[in-house]
Design a protein around this ligand. Sequence first.
Ligand SMILES: NC(=O)c1ccc[n+]([C@@H]2O[C@H](COP(=O)([O-])OP(=O)(O)OC[C@H]3O[C@@H](n4cnc5c(N)ncnc54)[C@H](OP(=O)(O)O)[C@@H]3O)[C@@H](O)[C@H]2O)c1
Length: 264
Amino acid sequence: MRYRFALITGATSGIGEALAKALPAKTGLLLTGRDGERLAALKAELDGGPGGGDPRVETLVADLAEDAGRDAVITAAETLPIDLLVNNAGLGQVGQVLEIPAAREREMAEVNVVAPVVLTRALLPGMLARARAERRRAGLIVVASIMAFQPAPMMATYAATKAFDLHYAEALAAELAGQPIDVLALCPGGTRTRFGARAGIQARRSSGWDSPERVAREALAALGQRSVHVVGGRNRLVTSLPRFLPRRTVAALYRRALAGMGGA
Ligand SMILES: NC(=O)c1ccc[n+]([C@@H]2O[C@H](COP(=O)([O-])OP(=O)(O)OC[C@H]3O[C@@H](n4cnc5c(N)ncnc54)[C@H](OP(=O)(O)O)[C@@H]3O)[C@@H](O)[C@H]2O)c1
């Protein structure tokens, strides 16, 4: 793995934390989230870990639902030789659109959509210029979801934000073909993180869900190999359903599954 400095948003838990731990000790890290204590604990663990030496982790507490938080991340990142950007921070909410508080709906759009767009647009030019000058490749990961492949009643806004993430990353990969950067839309399925509980999902059986470590491993292995990676064979089957069934049928399947997981 060849990256000098990675910016990972949403590194205080789950997939972002696993990605921070999966990158080699030589890769510097700028880790962001809202929970300063968790960021400090992760920094202590990674800076003191094997292969340690010089501190390699910088942290920043920032709320990506706000312009000020996004600007702070960009300002911090611009002082570092970022060559891997991971737009990972995200949140979901199960329920009907009209039952979910409007502020929560907006938060999903701000963190899952606006933040990746703003961060990517701000940091890409510098990443590409450094990659060209140093004859290296940069990397960009946008964490989407298997929910990106069809409408999902009971998680309508979340699924739509993830469809945006998927299409944005896929289109960027095409626009940037020939440039020294690899772009990946990462599409995990159910993953054992804090996401489910925070989204109000009461999964009866999360034993079949993936570990965040597996998702992180697959993400780093897929980067540079393809532009879309769905984690795991079962999830690949699920995401292929809209190719064989009418979209409304797949949407109805999602509705039923999500209604059994906490949606009314
Ligand atoms: N877990 C799954 O089943 C699953 C499946 C498909 C896709 N995903 C996607 O994977 C990504 C990571 O989620 P996860 O599963 O690892 O869940 P997680 O454990 O809840 O982690 C989410 C991360 O996003 C950060 N975040 C949330 N709101 C934020 C805000 N307003 N400002 C800044 N940071 C914010 C959180 O940090 P703070 O709380 O410290 O702010 C946390 O570090 C998300 O984009 C999610 O949509 C998850």
